[in-house]
Ligand binder design. Structure first.
Ligand SMILES: [Zn+2]
Ligand SMILES: [Zn+2]
Length: 480
């Protein structure tokens, strides 16, 4: 399940986070204007505001700044207002550990940027090396403790049966071991799932990308709404599950989608430690320990004693969590750069770089979906009914999201890239900064697309996603 928080987090969370805040001011206006435009008879004509028709002088350097009512005004010459939220953001200080984590993550991202990566994805895999081995050893030790508790509990019950106390303690210990046990992720319920038979063309495309990447294809595709994508495994047989978020998928060009698939499948090929079942379960087990050992605030005498007693184990569990995280932080960032190489090999370097731009805007796509939800809800509350019959497709939420993304001018992308650089932005600390990922793709070895799809094939593939698209639109309009 949490094997590989990726893509959208990558992407979505990625630059999106920065973009989100930055575009907050401009967003509602933009959304409303486009919504309005679509409601009008000739949507395109209304939406097509020439961004260069109005200009103003930059207040800092006097250069000419184009004014586009839908987007933030900023100066390319001196960088004025690249970050309109600058100074207003809530800079609540992160904890000591989180601050260290962020600093390290930032340093790793920069350091790895300079490290050459094999263009064919060969060479040292993120899942190998001293740190990875140590991380897996610690993770195994965590599970060994769980096993020891289970065995100890059982012995107490069996051997101490004649005493009253020992079996009672034994049962408690067994219960603790049960809570700590490693478990396998399951397929999510209540979301649209696509199996091979439901979507032969989509799976055909994924198979082809998997072959380029050099890994096994996926067993199921989960469709969700968010501008996100990720891969993980489920079940005892470790079947593979790819999650595609419609807000991202529908906004991407066919070639960018292939690059996205290349990135995600690249994670399987990488063998990232953080996604291994041993590691994921060790993190879960340690978090459970922390919850069980949590200290009581404003304790009475008895609780004070308990707090003192749990002090060392609590610190040990926390320490192990931090160590496991640190040991894998660098390799997970490396895994992202490597997955980007696979994205380029499958969909072309250009498409992979464009995908980074799309990730910068992921929050905009998510915002559009949320606005649709709010609109639908307020229409329901207001008791309003759409009187006119709307031609099919015009009301397609996902087409609207894609249009919204298409309408974003190049200048806004430029601003978001600069903003990402300014803020050192990345999805989270397991991801390298988005602007560095993009630069690697633009400046590094260039790959032609190994997988391509023409318009007709894309249309046929889209048909397979139609039920999931409709289902998610219904859910969004019901307020999720
Ligand atoms: Zn990734
Ligand atoms: Zn200026």
């Amino acid at each position: 399940m949490e094997a590989l928080y990726d893509g959208a987090r990558t992407g979505g969370g990625t630059a999106a986070e920065a973009g989100a805040q930055a575009t907050d001011a401009a967003e509602p206006a933009a959304g409303d204007a486009i919504a309005q435009a679509r409601d009008d008879a000739e949507p395109r004509a209304v939406a097509a505001v020439d961004p260069h028709s109005v200009t103003k002088p930059c207040p800092d350097c006097g250069s000419t700044v184009p004014v586009d009512p839908l987007y933030v005004d900023w100066c390319a010459a001196c960088g004025w207002n690249v970050d309109p939220a600058d100074g207003q953001r809530d800079e609540s200080a992160p904890g000591r550990i989180e601050a260290l984590r962020r600093r390290l993550a930032h340093d790793y991202g920069e350091e790895l940027f300079r490290e050459p990566l094999p263009g064919d994805g060969s060479g040292a895999r993120p899942g190998r090396g001293r740190d990875a081995t140590l991380a897996l050893l610690i993770a195994s030790a965590v599970h060994a403790l769980t096993l020891a508790l289970a065995v100890g509990g059982l012995l107490l019950v069996v051997l101490g049966w004649s005493t009253v106390v020992q079996p009672v303690v034994g049962v408690v210990v067994l219960a603790v071991a049960y809570v700590l046990r490693p478990r396998v992720a399951r397929l999510p319920k209540d979301v649209p799932l696509l199996h091979r038979a439901d979507a032969p063309r989509l799976f055909g495309l994924i198979d082809e990308v998997a072959e380029v990447v050099g890994t096994r294809s996926v067993d199921v595709v989960v469709v969700e709404a968010r501008a996100n994508a990720s891969v993980t495994t489920y079940g005892l047989k470790q079947r593979r599950m790819l999650t595609l978020g419609l807000a991202l998928w529908e906004s991407a060009t066919p070639q960018q989608r292939i690059a996205l698939l290349g990135h995600e499948l690249g994670h399987y090929a990488n063998g990232d430690t953080r996604s291994s079942i041993v590691f994921v379960n060790a993190l879960r087990s340690l978090s459970t320990w922390l919850t069980m050992l949590d200290r009581t605030d404003e304790p009475d005498l008895f609780e004070m004693a308990a707090n003192a007693l749990t002090f060392l184990p609590r610190k040990a569990a926390l320490g192990l969590l931090v160590v496991l995280d640190q040991l894998t932080l660098r390799s997970s960032q490396r895994a992202e750069y490597l997955a980007d190489v696979f994205a380029a090999r499958a969909g072309s370097g250009a498409a992979a770089a464009e995908l980074m731009d799309l990730l910068l805007m992921a929050e905009v796509a998510d915002g559009e979906v949320q606005r649709a939800a709010v609109r639908a809800q307020s229409a329901k509350l207001g008791g309003r009914r759409r009187e006119r019959a709307v031609p099919d497709g015009d009301e397609d939420l996902w087409a609207r999201v894609a249009d919204r993304m298409l309408a974003v001018p190049d200048r806004e992308y430029q601003r978001l890239r600069r903003l990402a650089e300014l803020r050192g932005h990345s999805a989270d600390s397991t991801h390298p900064p988005t602007h560095l990922r993009r630069r690697r793709l633009v400046e590094g070895e260039q790959f032609p697309a190994r997988v391509v799809r023409d318009a007709a094939e894309c249309a046929a593939l889209a048909e397979e996603l139609a039920p999931a698209r409709a289902e998610w639109q219904r859910r969004v309009e019901r307020g999720y």
